[in-house]
Every structure is written in structure tokens, then in C-alpha cells.
Design a protein around this ligand. Sequence first.
Ligand code: S3P
Length: 167
Amino acid sequence: MKDKDKIICLTGFMGCGKSSVGRVLAERLGCGFTDLDDYIVSREGCSIAEMFKDGEKAFRKIELEALKAYMDSVQEPSVLALGGGTFTIDEARSLVLERSRSFYLRTSLECIRKRLGDKDDSRPLFADASRLYEARRALYEQAAYTLDTDELSPEQLASAIIDILSS
Ligand code: S3P
């Protein structure tokens, strides 16, 4: 197995299903699963919303450090669900593109709003979803693979990813 094949990263907008697809995928591959947000929360000992009280820039710094720590410590093949904003950090995006196989779960904003509603207190930036969605699109598309998710279940998406990995 090439080093790059060891980590599978899932990126995409808040609510696109990174964690649910990641969990199913890891189970099917028989490997570990990490949600970067949870990893950050356990490192910092406080919630994402609390971290945002010091501003987005402060959160991105914490997020980048956590990603580096994860990448440097992971030994076994594993699946990592990134945060919706991880790809907006140039250094984080480069790290993911260099050191993992990356998949963008592309979900329409309409579908995301159906899942999350108009407001989500655990996601401080969701209030600005329309603007962020447009601004981030091109960044997410830098992932190695893009999968359209609106019509697919987490199980179907995990199968699609496994097909790509084994081709
Ligand atoms: C963010 C997405 C969140 C979390 C934080 C910032 C973003 O992760 O990292 O609230 O900037 O899009 P999810 O995509 O898992 O909700």
C-alpha cells in the first residue's frame, strides 16, 4: 500500500455527510475512523462553538495543528472526516492533497438546508451558509475525487469510494 493510500479524507460543506459516510466507509474497510471536529474537541477540551468565541482565525489555527498532529500520528489505514472549513486553510489543503486520497462529497445547498434547517448552533458559520458555499466550491473541487451525494445514501457513497479505491 502506498503511503498516500493509508489515509482517506472526506471533505465538503457542513452537513454533506462526511461523518456518516466516513463511519460506514471505515466499517466496510475494517479500519479506523476519526472526525476531525471530535479530535479537535478532545485535544482542546471545549466545544467548537466555544473555540469560535476567539474568532475564526483562532479556530483555523487550532484546526491546522490538529490535522498535522493526526497526520503525523496515524499508523494504520484510516478514514478522516475533515471539518467543512478545513479546505479553506491553504496549508491544510496541501497537506491533505499530498498525504491522503481525498474525496469531495458534493451536496446541493438545498439538500443541506433540508438536513440541517436554517440555523445550527453547533456550527457557528452556518448562518452564513449561502456565501460560504459559493466561496468554497472551487476549493473543495481540488480534492482528488468528487462525488455527487444528493441522491445517494451513506452506504452507496461508501461503495462508490471503495470502487474508486480498488480501481
Ligand atoms: C466549519 C464546519 C464544522 C466545524 C466548524 C467550522 C466550517 O464542521 O469544523 O463549525 O467552517 O464549515 P462540519 O463540516 O463537520 O460541520
